[in-house]
Design a binder for this molecule. Sequence first.
Ligand code: PMT
Length: 402
Amino acid sequence: MTYSLQGKTISLGVTGSIACYKAVDLASKLMQLNADVDVLMTPSALRFLTPLTFTAITHRPVITSMFDPQSELSINHVAAAERADLVAVVPATANSLAKIAHGRADDPVSATILATRAPVLVAPAMDANMFESPATQANVELLRQRSIYVAGPAEGRMASGLVGRGRLLEPAELVGHIRILLGRAGDLAGRKIVVSAGGTREAIDPVRVIANHSSGKMGYAIAEAARDRGAQAVIVSAPTALPDPTGVKVARINSALEMGHALDRECADADAVIMAAAVADWRVAQIAEQKVKKTGADTWTIDLVKNPDLIAGIHADRLVKVGFAAESEDLIDNARAKIQSKGLHMIVANDITAEDAGFAVDDNRVIILDREGSIERLPLMSKYDVGVEILDRVIPLLGSLA
Ligand code: PMT
């Protein structure tokens, strides 16, 4: 994926919890996405980690004190707050949540939050009883009312050995939440985008299926690109090995018929549907209830019946319909015919014989055709970037159908 935080400054406020070590990984992940990362540490955080750990990763000085004459915060106490595109408090202790909720400003993290106009994310980490306590719950509620984004905590085992709700989210998941918050006012805010992904499976018997090579990567990447621009993104997903993207609803199905039902449900109030799934055109006429036994015969004939054309069958007002065409020959002609036969606004054609694109790899090389006759050939790019290109063309259609 080529999602980038180039040009974005994230202020990372680290407060005193044993979960601090995950903030180091988060800082590293943000740097890998090309963000500029300013780290601020509270005195308690300094008991768990040294500033050098973060400086080595972010290549910037760490703000640790309000009064250190060497520290930027003592010269201009709002500089980091003003520079930030987003302030993330990771981990956020019960004490730091209380301070933020009540407008205290007696350490670099709470002072920066009070001074910033950027969106703020807090990721709580504490013992489950502390998190569930009425005081912390009231503070969290207050923060939510003030549009502060509360990410987590997760259920699980904590450093104390107890199990409960209080674990800091994993850094990869926190990156997902940061992407959601940065994209919240994006050009797809308020829109619902449904994406189908993966290869459907048609059962033959309780053991065997008819499947295909789709990994789901194309559809998942489109959904993430939509989420990053503020959309409510939903994936109707055939079985894949991919993790659920943070902040994206994933409706899991197996067969084409199940995908059809899920699409009908999700598209009723959607603005666009993008069918990246490889849907089986045929299903087994009679699924065997028991495992079919090997016989003496050398061949086995299975009767198939046609599946409905799912995208052609979706009828909803103001719904933009985008199909994919997986072709091994006559790419343009076949794709153009599918725009007509499936009632699409646009189709994304890919040559599935290419080794560096199409099924299961991270990149794709597509041609985008629309019903007005335009044909755009795009170079090889990441599937995330293909998603961005598709959405760039969907957005004007949303306006014209509104
Ligand atoms: O998942 P990946 O490994 O990342 O691979 C991505 C991909 C190659 C699967 C993807 O880019 C792609 O090409 N998806 C469409 C595959 C396909 O089924 O193409 P098709 O030409 O058979 O179908 C045309 C369109 O009709 C597709 O949007 C398909 O989802 C839809 N369709 C097909 C059959 C059917 N019964 N109902 C449908 O809605």
